[in-house]
Design a protein around this ligand. Structure first.
Ligand SMILES: Nc1nc2c(ncn2[C@@H]2O[C@H](COP(=O)(O)OP(=O)(O)OP(=O)(O)O)[C@@H](O)[C@H]2O)c(=O)[nH]1
Ligand SMILES: [Mg+2]
Length: 532
């Protein structure tokens, strides 16, 4: 008899049903996106494999293949190693670890799911954060024999950073602690204390054995003392969605300007907030120019309205200048552009971050230069306490001030993940070195409150943008003119004065950039020299 004989109650493979619309009998199934995370070898991949199997999301030929793979690569002797259903890369199978994020779709009668299995190894924290960034819920695994490890705490913190508010803690491998209630209770207490300050809206703790399926889809007879739900029934019923506020102002970061011919000019992007509909007035940020939406286009037709989360192309009634990286906002949603932000950073670069680092930032549609002007603190991952530091090491989390090379529309991440989340890229290697989460988009720039501004406020904002630009120009001009005057006085030649002033104006910005790069490189090389 095969070890993988199906339980007669098992449903046929969900993946075999050619319908991913998550609709059933006229009733719409909601979609839950979740991840598994936690320290290395806690059993994340095994848990997902088991879930897929028990939810009937595995074909019979895949099961036969799993039996063969388990004999070749498995960690459970002749028994099936469910992790192999998700760990597909050969490097993963040979090392018995997860490296890349694997996404799987499955569904039950009550709900559709997209699950992302993320790696536990610290070296692949970047992949874990990427997987977490699109999740509604995180299943954090803990090995019952080991309890909370530093990596468990790091993942809990990253999950909170990316804005996941619902957490299930699966205390796994309960079979290896004799399904002991006291062991589970001690881990639960530790966990609740550790996650109390992370801002989760709910934390549900479930004792499981992923390998054997205890408390995975049905309650386990081995843990009669546990009176909570099994994992899958819990995931089927949890409400995670925050209803979009249709009255919220429109924010649409422009990802691409579509200009197929001289007659058509469309601005493509994802509606980050609010609703786009023809006739609605919009302000282009950062320029402050105003217009109205003429058409809202879905991929192949015009639509009357498009809400948050939809990708659309807008055309405007006026032929005004809108570029990639600009943001189209309705007047009440106008967020004044800013050059400086304070943000939490998850540093994923192999070399540590040092203040003064000159990097590229990608925030919504904007790509440009960014300098880290200050590192305020780093987070101690075992206590979550902030402590001052001069550098941020790989996989560390800290708070920093960044200065962009041009004004950018940014909002706190908690208010708008689309306009508050960014990545930092190393200019030389093109490596993504940080995930950033804006906490304050008005650190230095003065700005009025962003929300619910009146039309008067809108023009006030446009004036403020213009005034700031004019102020900067006049400062540069007067500095250049003074140096030009000195050159004229010293040489007695008006041309010498004019040429000097022009040279100062033109060379100022490249010289400043060169200076910044040299000092960043010097600081970095002295930081990397071994002490003593
Ligand atoms: N006894 C027992 N072993 C388990 C259980 N769950 C997982 N394992 C074993 O633990 C080992 C690690 O399991 P994985 O599922 O690969 O762990 P992981 O968390 O995905 O590991 P990474 O992705 O590398 O971080 C494997 O040998 C599993 O068979 C369980 O409930 N009981
Ligand atoms: Mg894994």
């Amino acid at each position: 008899m095969t070890v993988l004989a199906r339980d007669p109650r098992d449903r046929r493979p969900a993946a075999a049903v050619d319908d991913t619309s998550a609709r059933t009998e006229g009733r719409e199934r909601t979609l839950l996106r979740f991840i598994t995370c936690g320290s290395v070898d806690d059993g994340k991949s095994t848990l997902i494999g088991r879930l897929l199997y028990e939810a009937g999301a595995v074909y019979d030929d895949q099961l036969a293949e799993l039996e063969g793979d388990s004999r070749r690569f498995g960690t459970q002797g002749a028994a099936p190693d469910f992790a192999l259903l998700v760990d597909g890369l050969s490097a993963e199978r040979e090392q018995g670890i997860t490296i890349d994020v694997a996404h799987r779709y499955f569904r039950t009668d009550r709900r559709a799911f997209i699950v992302a299995d993320t790696p536990g190894h610290e070296q692949y924290t970047r992949n874990m954060a990427t997987g977490a960034s699109t999740a509604d819920l995180a299943v954090l695994l803990v090995d019952a024999r080991k309890g909370l490890l530093a990596q468990t705490r790091r993942h809990a913190f990253i999950v909170s950073l990316v804005g996941v508010r619902h957490v299930v803690v699966a205390v796994n491998k309960m079979d290896l602690v004799g399904f002991d209630r006291a062991t589970f209770a001690a881990i639960e207490a530790d966990l609740r204390a550790a996650t109390a300050g992370l801002g989760f809206s709910d934390v549900t703790v479930i004792p499981v054995s992923a390998r054997d399926g205890d408390n995975v889809t049905r309650r386990s007879p081995h843990m009669a003392w546990y009176d909570g739900p099994a994992l899958l029934p819990f995931l089927e019923q949890i409400e995670t969605g925050v209803a979009d506020d249709p009255a919220a102002g429109l924010l649409l970061p422009v990802q691409w300007v579509n200009r197929p011919n001289a007659e058509f000019r469309g601005y493509c992007g994802l509606v980050a907030r609010g609703v786009a509909r023809p006739g609605r007035p919009v302000v282009v940020l950062p320029s402050g120019r105003t217009s109205r939406i003429a058409r809202v286009l879905a991929p192949d037709h015009d639509v009357a309205a498009a809400g948050a989360g939809r990708s659309v192309t807008l055309t405007l009634t006026d032929d005004i200048d809108v570029a990639r990286g600009d943001v189209l906002a309705s007047p009440e949603a106008v967020a004044p552009p800013s050059r400086t932000v304070v943000a939490r950073l998850l540093w994923t670069g192999t070399r540590p971050l040092l203040p003064g680092a000159d990097l590229l930032v990608k925030l919504a549609g904007h790509v440009g230069g960014a300098t880290v002007t200050a590192l305020h603190h780093v987070v101690d991952i075992t206590t979550y306490a902030a402590r001052p530091a001069e550098r941020l090491a790989m996989n560390g989390i800290g708070l920093a001030t960044l200065k962009f090379d041009r004004e950018v529309v940014a909002l706190p991440y908690a208010e708008s993940p689309a306009l508050g989340g960014f990545i930092l890229i190393d200019r030389a290697s093109n490596e993504t070195v940080a995930f950033g989460f804006v906490t304050d988009a008005a650190a230095v720039d003065e700005r009025p409150p962003a929300r619910h501004r009146s039309a008067e406020g809108r023009f006030g904002m446009a004036t403020a943008i213009g005034r700031r630009g004019a102020e900067r120009l006049s400062r540069h001009l007067s500095a250049a003119a003074s140096i030009g005057l000195v050159a004229f006085a010293a040489s007695g030649q008006p041309q010498a004065g004019i040429w000097t002033a022009l040279a100062v104006l033109l060379l100022r910005s490249p010289a400043r950039n060169l200076h910044r790069r040299i000092w960043t490189a010097l600081r970095r090389s002295s930081a990397e020299r071994p002490a003593g």
